[in-house]
Ligand binder design. Structure first.
Ligand code: DON
Length: 620
């Protein structure tokens, strides 16, 4: 399993149990008997399974009892043929028009000479003949492997049912020879008929069919195993055929009442799909005169009606594809800047816009995203686009999305993509014939820092801090808050310590007996966070540079360090040891009071900005 399925709802389970209880009393119809072995089915068998595209299962009754798949194999066999052959080849063998005939009609389309569709026996036998023809020796193994992948477990053939149909399937044999006569089948039809009888005799359970239905609902990806037996393109075609031809001459009424692509089989199974949402399967052998399971049809009807599952009953999707959007002044990176740079950034931050997109960006969603972007981009020249919550960017929308990014770039907007790895976006955009880099970042914070750097670069050096006039000036940022005499006292007490790039300055769990003032270089505080996927991620809390202090929380509270600090570059810090600080309390209490006041002010500034951003997160 790729996803461990979440816990299931008692309410939904209760709903299926209620359906099962009520429809157990429906005793119309009888098991198929035209294949003698099928007549042995127990008419009281009854199971209902429902699967979700994210891997949850609801089931009630005989959902693990084996029976033969029969005609439910037909859309899947057609899917396999589309994997093996071109669309043109398959189109030359079988049509895709509903026939209005019974499943076993001995008829071909008068104009084209082909079977009307792959769901009636003529079309299904023609389809299976192609699979056989592809590799006569391996066809059976190929078929079984494929059906097993769809169901997510090893399936086998019920030899008794196979032999029973083989011995009595004269009508299908007549169809096979008719197809041979019209060169739809190009070899001896007997071998292909055998493969068709075997395909119909594959043993499944109601649960297996629900997994197969979920695989169709998931565009061909089995949500229980993570394997992909079908492409989205082929899956769409199979679903279209199931919708128009899946229930033979009942297909129009079915689509009108139930509105779901579905397929029934004379073994008693019914499989229905709510694309993108659910798989549904029922098992109950008694059939109506058209060969469909009586209880299966009734249950699907009630589910479609009661739960609004019809394809034609789609709610208007109006929720925004922008999860959040805010100005650069409302969110900044965790890199703390020295005073000059901070001031410059403060003035220009609103040239940055941060946008978090979300959901599946299908056509309707991408259209909304593009128009929403247009509405918020005036006076902005740096766009940070965080797509961590975009669950999918379908191929059809990808081009539109990249076109919009290119158009923004052409208008002078720099686009920085954050958390886009899962979307496999190109590294460059072609802007007026020139390939331009599209910077991508693993974390939003890195993109924000880059955006701020761009802003500072654009202010042409005004953001540089003034040159130092003395050694102690190097750390003026923080020490500037002290009286010059006290500043000197502290400077005399502190040790200068050098670090090479990558060195650990502090490790989580260390005792906090030192206070650091950055003399040169940059130092980053990181913590380990557990993501919603259970993985541990390193996350930056802050980066400090010249003149800033760190390590003060554990230093003041006497508690162990809660995060790691490493040097981003070669650099150095002034370090105040606790015992020197304690001594100072004895003989220069005023200096200590001033230092504490400065630390409080510094902490206050950091806290104010952090809580401002947190509050905005809640309200934006
Ligand atoms: O071709 C046949 O007769 C069977 N093996 C399959 C027919 C079937 O399931 C028709 N479906 N409703």
């Amino acid at each position: 399993m790729i996803d461990s399925p979440g816990s299931t709802s008692d309410i939904v389970q209760g709903l299926l149990e209620d359906l099962h209880r009520r429809y157990s009393r429906l005793e119309d119809g009888a098991p198929a008997d035209y294949i003698p072995e099928l007549a042995k089915a127990d008419p009281s068998d009854f199971g209902i399974s429902m699967t979700t595209v994210d891997g949850r299962v609801y089931e009630v009754g005989d959902t693990r009892k084996p029976f033969t798949i029969q005609s439910i194999s037909k859309p899947f066999a057609y899917g396999l043929a589309l994997k093996l052959f071109s669309d043109e080849h398959m189109a030359s063998k079988v049509g895709v028009e509903p026939s209005g005939d019974a499943f076993n009609a001995i008829s071909l389309d008068q104009k084209s000479g082909r079977p009307r569709n792959p769901m009636i026996n003529a079309g299904a036998i023609a389809t299976t003949a192609q699979i056989w023809n592809h590799d006569p020796d391996q066809a059976e193994a190929l078929m079984l492997d494929y059906f097993s992948e769809l169901a997510g477990r090893r399936l086998s053939i019920d030899q008794a049912v196979f032999q029973s149909e083989r011995a009595t399937g004269h009508r299908n044999r007549a169809i096979g020879h008719l197809l041979r006569n019209f060169e739809i089948i190009e070899d001896d039809p007997e071998e292909s008929l055998d493969l068709y009888f075997k395909q119909c005799a594959i043993t499944v359970t109601c649960h297996d069919l629900a997994v197969m239905a979920a695989t169709l609902a998931c565009q061909g990806l089995n949500p229980f195993t993570g394997s992909r037996p079908l492409t989205p393109e082929i899956t769409v075609r199979m679903l279209a055929l199931m919708a128009t031809c899946g229930t033979y001459d009942f297909a129009g009424q079915w689509l009108y009442d139930v509105g779901m692509p579905a397929k029934s089989g004379v073994g008693g199974g019914v499989l229905a799909v709510v694309p993108g949402r659910l798989g549904i399967a029922t098992y109950s052998p008694p059939l109506d005169v058209l060969g469909n399971s009586v209880r299966g049809i009734a249950v699907c009807n009630e589910l479609a009606d009661g739960l609004g599952l019809s394809l034609f009953n789609q709610y208007p999707q109006t929720s925004s594809t922008i999860r959040r959007s805010y100005k650069g002044s409302q969110r900044q990176s965790r890199r703390w800047r020295a005073s000059n740079q901070a001031r410059l950034l403060q003035e220009g931050r609103d040239a940055i816009r941060i946008v978090h997109a979300q959901g599946v960006l299908d056509f309707a969603a991408i259209e909304r995203l593009l128009s929403e972007l247009r509405g918020i981009m005036s006076d902005v020249w740096i766009l940070v686009l965080d797509v961590a919550h975009v669950t999918e960017l379908p191929e059809e929308s990808r081009g539109l999305f990249l076109n919009e990014l290119t158009a923004l770039r052409r208008r002078g907007v720099v686009v920085l993509m954050a958390r886009a790895r899962h979307l496999n976006l190109p590294r460059t955009l072609s802007v007026v014939g020139v390939e331009e880099e599209m910077p991508q970042f693993e974390q939003l914070d890195q993109a924000l820092e880059w955006a701020e750097d761009l802003l500072l670069d654009s202010s042409k050096g005004e953001g540089q801090n003034p040159p130092f006039s003395s050694e102690i000036d190097r750390t003026l940022g923080f020490l500037g808050m002290l009286h010059p005499a006290h500043r000197q006292t502290l400077a005399d007490l502190m040790q200068c310590r050098s670090f090479a790039k990558g060195d650990h300055v502090i490790r989580k769990g260390d005792s906090g007996h030192e206070l650091f003032l950055v003399r040169e270089g940059r130092f980053t505080i990181t913590v380990e966070l557990c993501g919603s996927d259970g993985q541990i991620y390193e996350s930056r809390l802050a980066t400090f540079e010249q003149g800033m202090c760190f390590g003060e929380i554990a230093f003041l509270s006497g508690t162990p360090r809660t995060a790691d600090v490493t040097a981003d570059l070669d650099g150095s810090c002034w370090v105040l040891e606790r015992h020197d600080f304690d001594n100072l309390r004895q003989w220069e209490p005023d200096a200590v009071t001033e230092l504490l006041l400065a630390l409080t002010r510094d902490l206050g500034t950091k806290l104010a900005l952090t809580s401002y951003q947190l509050t905005l997160m809640e309200h934006l």
